[in-house]
Design a protein around this ligand. Sequence first.
Ligand SMILES: CC(C)(COP(=O)(O)OP(=O)(O)OC[C@H]1O[C@@H](n2cnc3c(N)ncnc32)[C@H](O)[C@@H]1OP(=O)(O)O)[C@@H](O)C(=O)NCCC(=O)NCCS
Length: 170
Amino acid sequence: MQNKYPSDSVTVLTDLVLPGETNPLNNLFGGELLARMDRAASITARRHSRRICVTASVNHVAFNKAIPLGSVVTVEAKVSRTFSTSMEIFIDVWTEDRESGIKNKANEAIYTFVAVDEMGSPVPVPPIEPQTELEIQRFEAALRRKQLSLVLAGKMKPAEATELRALFTT
Ligand SMILES: CC(C)(COP(=O)(O)OP(=O)(O)OC[C@H]1O[C@@H](n2cnc3c(N)ncnc32)[C@H](O)[C@@H]1OP(=O)(O)O)[C@@H](O)C(=O)NCCC(=O)NCCS
């Protein structure tokens, strides 16, 4: 399969925070943000693989900054690394200052998607070739994140997570 670049499948979703989407503090409800990120990441996974894609894991979410009612929120999802049938998708979330238009990073998340056939069986995806410095950094750390996710899911023995263990032993 031919290599693809992260920019080939990047997805950018911009939307408002409306009253029905907030918590009692009038900030965006966490579950609503998770759904927006899942949607953007799912489109990216589909664009990269051109297959049906399912969410296998939410590896990491950091709700660093509250997002107030009425904010313009941009969710950007990019493939950070592919393995055999799975894709790690990195999601960055920004809000936009109303007067200056300057974007401020609010949150980030990492999801894993798997490409499947019509029967739901995993199928191979094209390799990714990172281009920018940030894409390369995220690519290089993704194997450790995959191992951590598999260990937490009980699908890998800690002893087999060689690259992850090296973080703590070197
Ligand atoms: C995701 C799913 C297809 C994986 O099926 P499976 O039988 O575990 O298949 P495999 O063990 O071959 O795993 C497939 C890939 O997913 C990866 N994977 C599975 N679970 C993972 C996890 N928790 N974290 C990271 N990667 C994971 C495997 O490492 C493998 O990657 P690779 O082929 O790139 O090396 C299957 O569990 C599924 O259909 N889950 C439901 C998905 C869904 O409905 N999502 C929406 C939630 S409502």
